[in-house]
Write a protein that binds this ligand. Structure first.
Ligand code: KIV
Ligand code: ZN
Length: 541
């Protein structure tokens, strides 16, 4: 497409933005990934992005290219591989950020640069140390530059909800003149109250009186548990783009949960009278995919996508639902894709059935990856008769998404000796073709194994979270371990699966160590390593 054709297409799309349609802007891969302990590699982000596009979100915010080379590469990869959604990249008002965003988005079919700067007194004075007129000037230059490099520009007034509405109106008017067509109103710290936020958004929308083709957007955080309510209040006020994440994943209390907002609009269509393009039947599989890949667990009582969201325990409710479903169910499980399709694959299942299952579960793997996963699946079927969805997901996260940088450790073997009051574990890891074995004692097998790994790696991260769960309710289920480690202000999660829970725990720890290294490398931090002798002395016995 030539530049002029692209411009014409963008103008056409802008005109098509009808007043009764709400657009979904998914920022799971950018704001969601800022959640503590979450760092996704390029392959993982691509898998999620493909599923978001399949679910028909309108915009995918794929990263913040100026933040790190890793982020840049992810945005580039998603721009190249994912069609059917606008691909967006975040940028501060700095020239370098905007050029990096444009460069990373170069191959996107429908690119969007998202420029932001704070407008609240507290952010302007303490964080940016800039006056309101400096903010105006910098934002103007930034939006103009972004517009010269991208057919579509979104402008965000960070911390808008704590800003002077008159100032936000002024900044937004300027942003429209400079070329922005999406004006985002963030409740950055989750401070707003729904009724107040409704009035705030109304005042902004009326004050800006934007020309046709410009839409307002909301970006709510969940610090007080009000992100969904505030997003809906903004929609009632006239906002037509909602930003959020899958499962509400994000920094602190998280972001607005897309599944909640869309199901409110759908279930209460009578109240809102608005349409969306999202295929809500993909919500549950995408929620599971994001949870498995990020290691962020979905609480069972989570609205819409929690395991119990459609479970009725009380006899009186069960009876009611059996007689007439609507007595206690306001949504259908099928409408969010959560019908429990328990299909069990086993040793007689072929590659074709295996691939179909992967696709149903939301994985989009190439032939080589399917072959690798299928081999592990067959090995697993030799150990246990059947493999459930949970087992398959564990194989994928372990084999396909595990980080494999040159410096990564690979689990080889372990042996355990359990005596009276003492457990000793010897672990063997491979790094760059060299195998190292170390052994250490501990209060139990997992503690002893982790002490051994510390001896090999010579880094002593803090174990912030350790969780082990069965991948299904059968007694021969695989164990899936997930850990979060932190060291030198770097946090990383890791997961590992095996029919042997000690091995699963070791794999998860090694996976997290590798992620610690790769995150530290991206941030140009060298992790504090304890010299071998000292490490041996300090390791628990
Ligand atoms: O929370 C926020 O204000 C943001 C902006 C970058 C939109 O994430
Ligand atoms: Zn945010």
């Amino acid at each position: 497409m030539t530049r002029i054709e692209k411009q014409a297409a963008e103008e056409k799309r802008a005109k098509e933005r009808t007043a009764d349609r709400v657009y979904f802007f998914d920022t799971t891969l950018r704001d969601g990934e800022q959640a503590a302990g979450v760092n996704l590699n390029a392959e993982e982000k691509l898998q999620i992005a493909k599923q978001l596009a399949k679910m028909r979100v309108d915009v995918i915010e794929s990263g913040f290219p100026a933040a790190s080379p890793g982020d840049f590469n992810c945005v580039q990869l998603i721009s190249r591989e994912v069609r059917d959604a606008t691909i967006c990249a975040l940028a501060r008002t700095r020239e370098g950020d905007i050029r990096a965003a444009a460069q990373a988005l170069a191959q996107a079919e429908n690119p969007r640069i998202h420029v932001f700067i704070a407008t609240s007194p507290i952010h302007m004075e303490y964080k940016l140390k800039m006056s309101p007129s400096e903010i105006m000037d910098q934002a103007r230059t930034a939006v103009r530059l972004a517009r010269s490099l991208s057919p579509e520009v979104e402008f965000s007034a960070e911390d808008a909800s704590r800003s002077d509405p008159e100032f936000v109106v002024k900044v937004f008017k300027m942003a429209v003149e400079a070329g922005a067509t999406i004006l985002n109103i963030p409740d950055t710290v989750g401070y707003a109250m729904p009724e107040e936020f409704f009035k705030f958004c109304r005042a902004i929308i009326e004050g800006v009186a934007a020309p046709e083709g410009v839409i307002f957007s909301v970006h709510a955080h969940n610090d007080l548990g009000l992100a969904t309510s505030n997003s809906l209040a903004a929609v009632r006020a006239g906002v037509r783009q909602v930003e959020g994440t899958i499962n509400g994943m994000g920094e602190r209390g998280g972001n607005s949960a897309i599944e909640e907002v869309v199901m409110c609009l759908k279930t209460r269509q009578d109240y809102y009278g608005l349409e969306t393009n999202l295929d809500t039947r993909r919500l549950y599989p995408v929620s599971r995919l994001v949870s498995r890949i990020s290691g962020v667990v979905v609480p069972p009582n989570k609205a819409v996508v929690g395991a119990n969201a459609f479970a009725h325990e009380a006899g009186i409710h069960q009876h009611g639902v059996l007689v007439k479903r609507e007595t206690y169910e306001i949504m259908k499980a099928e409408d969010v894709g959560s019908t429990p399709a328990v299909m069990v694959l086993g040793k007689h299942s072929g590659r074709h059935a295996f691939r179909d299952r992967l696709e149903f579960m939301g994985y989009n793997l190439d032939d080589e990856q399917v072959t690798k996963a299928f081999e592990s699946f067959k090995r697993l079927c030799d150990e246990k008769k059947e493999a459930t969805d949970g087992d398959i997901a564990a194989i994928i996260s372990d084999e396909i998404f595990s980080v494999q940088p040159e410096f990564s450790y690979e689990f080889k073997d372990y042996s355990l000796s359990v005596g009276k009051g003492a457990t000793t574990c010897a672990v063997t890891l491979n790094r760059n073709g060299t195998e190292t074995t170390a052994s250490a004692g501990g209060n139990g097998p997992v503690e002893a194994a982790y002490a051994s790994i510390k001896r090999i790696t010579t880094i002593h991260p803090r174990l912030e979270r350790f969780k082990i769960s069965a991948t299904s309710e059968h007694s021969n289920a695989m164990g899936e371990a997930s850990v979060v480690l932190s060291l030198d202000n770097v946090r990383a999660h890791g997961s590992g699966a095996s029919t042997d829970i000690i091995e699963a725990s070791i794999r998860a720890y090694v996976n997290a160590v590798n992620r610690l290294y790769s995150t530290a490398a991206v941030r140009k931090i060298s992790l504090t390593s304890i010299p071998e002798k000292e490490a041996q002395l300090s390791a628990p016995r």
